[in-house]
Design a protein around this ligand. Structure first.
Ligand SMILES: Nc1nc2c(ncn2[C@@H]2O[C@H](COP(=O)(O)OP(=O)(O)O)[C@@H](O)[C@H]2O)c(=O)[nH]1
Ligand SMILES: [Mg+2]
Length: 442
């Protein structure tokens, strides 16, 4: 499993992070570990050697940032080199276009066609699925069922042997924005397959031509990608079964080293199990966090102060709110740690509070009773309590109320966040856009 690769990588890096400091011998040991892990995941030996050379050179000799410890620097180098190994990220077009999907038997073509249709639908595009796999009637039925499931239009001609005719007729009828054509496979790459694909392509004039490869073939994927690419130019490879193969790293890295590139990855049998390929995210996830650059260490630091799990699962209290504020501030632009962990993010305006204000918050909290810290509504209801806290902390009552309203705003967001899954998406968008749409929060 690809997650095994992640587990092993994380274990190896943990050896490093657990050490008080790092020296040359540690780096060498790390590189040895990495080699072993990557080769076990069927990454090409040449690529592994290149990667180890780069890591050793960069880790010990080069450009260490002042602010980073050697340990952090080594992690950063490992991360960057793994991203390089795993190739470029992909950005699918989101306008009207035509897609040809090809690949060998059992690679996951038909399933992937449906996943793609689902993906474009979630992006607001109407989609059509065309069954041009004329080898087996069952293939047409399979795609028709999947089309129903994702709510895509479906076109084929039963009993027709000519895949290009099916494509031609489908194009005459379809008005959908994204047209996806499923083609027949073969046991191996051969001239007949190329001929057939060229026939379909002649009618379809595809904007995107995706080759579907099952990740369990490991580093052979690169060669296969090159074969297809030279016969019917590919816009990208879709690596399926990344969830079930220990050779995923080998498949991805070999395609990255070929003339083709990874476009999507399939991570399960369900319609939603397709991801646009993003090597940073992929490697970040292997190593444990999505945005590892600089974060590896900082997350560790932050999580020592805050029990993040608690924030995620428990009701928001004044204390956890304050911890979250402090943590979010520390993370700075690296940001979305909390959404990464499945909790609501602290809004930007809150994060941008001055140190002075945070200090004031802290003294207010110190002046609260345990019960108040657990249940902020006690304070809200009682002018006496507010007065007492203000006095005790050397703040004004207005400042105490301000802190309470911030807390309440966050509380409201958290509960919406929990109730409404779509809300999280909106939140993320809103935070990214930087222009809070208050209607949504209120
Ligand atoms: N676990 C897993 N199974 C997949 C994935 N993609 C496809 N499959 C399975 O692979 C098998 C073959 O898929 P299919 O789409 O019929 O392949 P085709 O012959 O290339 O059209 C089916 O059992 C699928 O459910 C994936 O990403 N993960
Ligand atoms: Mg099929």
């Amino acid at each position: 499993m690809i997650t095994d690769l992640g587990t092993k990588l994380r274990q190896t890096l943990a050896k490093l992070t657990n050490r008080p400091f790092v020296d040359e011998a540690d780096v060498k040991a790390l590189v040895k570990d990495l080699q072993r892990i990557l080769i076990a995941s069927d990454v090409n030996v040449k690529l592994v050697l290149q990667l180890s050379k780069n890591i050793q050179q960069r880790a010990l000799k080069s450009e260490k940032l002042e602010a980073l410890s050697l340990k952090e620097h080594v992690l950063k180098v490992v991360y960057e080199e793994l991203v390089e190994l795993m190739g470029k990220s992909y950005r699918p077009r989101l306008d009207r276009h035509r897609i040809l999907v090809c690949g060998l038997y059992g690679s996951g073509k038909t399933t992937t066609c449906a996943k793609l249709a689902h993906y474009y639908k979630t992006k607001g595009l109407s989609t059509a699925l065309v069954a041009a796999d004329t080898d087996r009637p069952a293939a047409q039925d399979q795609l028709e069922q999947l089309a129903k499931q994702v709510g895509a239009a479906f076109y084929t001609i039963r009993g027709e042997q000519d895949a290009s005719r099916i494509t031609r007729e489908a194009l005459k009828q379809s008005k959908e924005e994204v047209v996806i054509v499923d083609s027949a496979g073969r046991n191996a790459f051969d001239g007949h397959l190329v001929e057939e694909l060229r026939g379909i392509a002649g009618e379809l004039k595809p904007d995107e031509n995706y080759l579907v490869i099952s990740a369990d073939i490991g580093q052979v994927a690169g060669r296969q990608a090159d074969q297809f690419n030279s016969a019917v130019p590919l816009s990208g490879v879709i690596a399926t079964k990344m969830d079930g193969s220990g050779k995923g790293g080998g498949a991805l890295s070999s395609v990255a080293a070929s003339d083709a590139k990874i476009a999507f990855i399939g991570v399960g049998e369900k319609i939603g199990d397709l991801e646009v390929y993003n090597s940073e995210k992929f490697v970040g996830r292997l190593l444990g966090v999505p945005d590892i650059e600089g974060l590896l260490e900082k997350v560790k630091e932050v999580s020592e102060e805050t029990d993040l799990q608690k924030i995620q699962t428990e009701k928001l209290t004044i204390e956890s709110f304050y911890e979250q504020l402090k943590a979010a501030k520390k993370m700075g632009p690296l940001g979305n740690v909390f959404s990464m962990l499945g909790a609501a993010d602290v809004p930007k305006e809150m994060v941008q509070q001055s140190e002075e204000k945070l200090k004031k918050f802290e003294s207010m909290i110190n002046s609260m009773t345990r019960a108040e810290k657990k249940d902020a509504s006690l304070i809200r209801k009682s002018p006496e309590r507010i007065e007492r806290i203000a006095k005790g902390s050397g703040c004004t009552e207005k400042e105490v109320r301000e802190f309470l309203s911030q807390f309440e705003k966050m509380e409201k967001m958290m509960s919406m966040f929990k109730k409404n899954r779509g809300f999280r998406k909106k939140m993320e968008k809103m935070l990214k856009g930087g222009a809070p749409d208050l209607k949504m929060v209120g």
